[in-house]
Design a protein around this ligand. Sequence first.
Ligand SMILES: Cc1cc2nc3c(=O)[nH]c(=O)nc-3n(C[C@H](O)[C@H](O)[C@H](O)COP(=O)(O)OP(=O)(O)OC[C@H]3O[C@@H](n4cnc5c(N)ncnc54)[C@H](O)[C@@H]3O)c2cc1C
Length: 671
Amino acid sequence: MPAKAQKINPDLLKERQKASFKTEELAVWWNGGQKKLENKRFLEDYFLNDPALQDDLPISYMSHKELYEHSVKKSYIVLKKLHEYQKKTGNSIDNYMALLGGNLGSGLIKEGNPLTVHFVMFLPTLLGQATPEQQAEWLPRAWNCNIIGTYAQTELGHGTFIRGLEARADYDPKTQEFVLNSPTLTSYKWWPGGLAHTANYAVVVAQLYTKGECHGIHPFIVQLRDEETHMPLPGIKIGEIGTKVGMKSVNNGYLGFEKVRIPRKNMLMKNAQVLEDGTFVKPKASVLTYGTMMFVRVAIVGDASNNLAKAVTIATRYSAVRRQSPIDPNKPEPQIIDHVTQQLKLFPQIAKAFVFKVAANYIWDLYNQITGELAKGDLERLPELHAMSCCLKAICTADASSGVELLRLSCGGHGYMECSNFPTIYGIATAAVTYEGENTVLLLQTARYLMKAWSLALQNEKLVPTVAYLGEYRDSTRFTNWDGSVPQIIEAFKFVAAQKVRLAYNSVEKRRQSGYSQEEAANLSGIELTQAANIHCRAFLLQMCYEQLEQNSKDTSPALAVILKDIIELYSVDACLTHLGELLRFVQLDESQVSQLQRRLETVLARIRPNAVAIVDGFDFHDRVLSSALGAYDGNVYERLFQEAQKSPLNQEPVNKSFHEYLKPLMKSNL
Ligand SMILES: Cc1cc2nc3c(=O)[nH]c(=O)nc-3n(C[C@H](O)[C@H](O)[C@H](O)COP(=O)(O)OP(=O)(O)OC[C@H]3O[C@@H](n4cnc5c(N)ncnc54)[C@H](O)[C@@H]3O)c2cc1C
């Protein structure tokens, strides 16, 4: 809970008093119900008020090494505390998610927890790809943190193209062991979180060779360090990759192998197997191995919403406190939130945070439903989920990352301060554009699915729900039903998506017919393919958010329902104006209809204006989670900026020694 007892900035106080809905009702809705909200607040109290988990000095003043040591110490305290708590309340996956990847985790360990990959990649890989015997051996130890693991797939030379990975595991039937080697510099594993100095085990993805034949990439459990001394084992070349834009305490590492032997049972064999004599047994369906990646991508959509919500809470509160530049020269300076261009920077980001949240919940339910079907051997909807999770991850992380940067800029100079927390939020948001599938590559994967769907549409085949519109709009090239309503905006986006899919499909076909291979034709048509996937995803987001928020409005108070409707209106009108070029190309829209969109944008911004602060309050971020001098609940921005400046180590002495060593000699030297 925010520290409500403090003196509140009078402008923020006024904003809160004039809200037309109850912030607490939104907080319940946003956090998934009363019980979840209470649990979240309880955990915040329990962890964030622990003196052992406070930062005496802002972490930005720590050295790289100090920051890592500080973060490991905190991870230890957090896990011990969680263990004690769960002894009383029982295990809950939600608590782990909140503490490792979630908001509470970011409030405790700002630059990333070096143990997160253990929980979000190592453990899920064991769950998804180990046999029951392997799980019995490894899972209890991993779950209790008797061993700490990471997931080592990416190499110095290859991240995206995993078939190009070079690390190899050669089976030796004489000893029934695999021999791991990194034959080149580019085959060194590079990037895995926690790999450098934290983990002592890893799931390593390597090319499997047996009986002189390569069978592609497979996962192996490899011990990296001695369990007592933590020294690297013989043949293990390991270290840290260095400082990065953000996620500075995640301890990303490198790893090379020189004739490292592991027992046969360390290959994760739920899918493919190597028998004692070296015979390779193919997996039933290779698509099963994508399970872990899909799970993480689905979770990342939720993170995108959170990052954006945090940044927009900071920027909105600051914009209500900051006053600048009279609009009427005869009147006092307004709050900067009253400049309409400022509203355009803030409010669409609020709307996106809502939409991505709803999308995250939707795709999470779909993921659980489809993995349930998978367990019964039904693979039918897997490609649809894969295509959807790829483009949603790409669009939501890209928009969140650019949104956070826009919000930083919306705070002017103070947004550039580390203590605004924008640099950290941006570092985390932008990393998600690259990891777990680089965004362009993911859009191309969705596009490939769309090409198949279009080809089915051409054959009048039945299409699954998320692409059914392709069949409906297959034969028309102009959308003439525009009436400006949100349902018609959604139809217009679907129509545009269908046209972009058609154009991309025709480009690929034309190039193929002129002699290019399928792959070359797809590369040459890559711009159109990614554009098609992009608009397809945006049409899906619009439709899904409209349906879900309309549905949700029925269960909320009329006052909150109005807010949800404004969010849909803003998101859809903003989408139209942002993608106006695409719309004008395929949709019958005249000048007055475009002008109407512009007026609607201004109208909905004005409608949201009086409730903006209350809406971001409803996200219910704890001040420690926001960790921002600009965005704290009390709005005492200038006092906090001044306090933060006092913490600079340079301010601990009136004269720095460099004056005597360099500045004074310079000033006396008459250059
Ligand atoms: C913070 C962070 C944490 C990470 N954690 C882990 C981890 O725990 N474990 C792990 O194994 N890895 C991890 N990674 C690595 C990550 O998964 C890869 O960086 C990611 O998959 C992208 O691969 P790449 O770096 O090889 O980029 P590249 O594939 O080299 O991308 C560079 C450019 O080439 C383009 N490109 C590549 N292929 C194509 C194509 N087919 N078509 C069109 N364009 C293409 C991309 O769009 C991009 O613009 C992490 C990375 C980061 C940044």
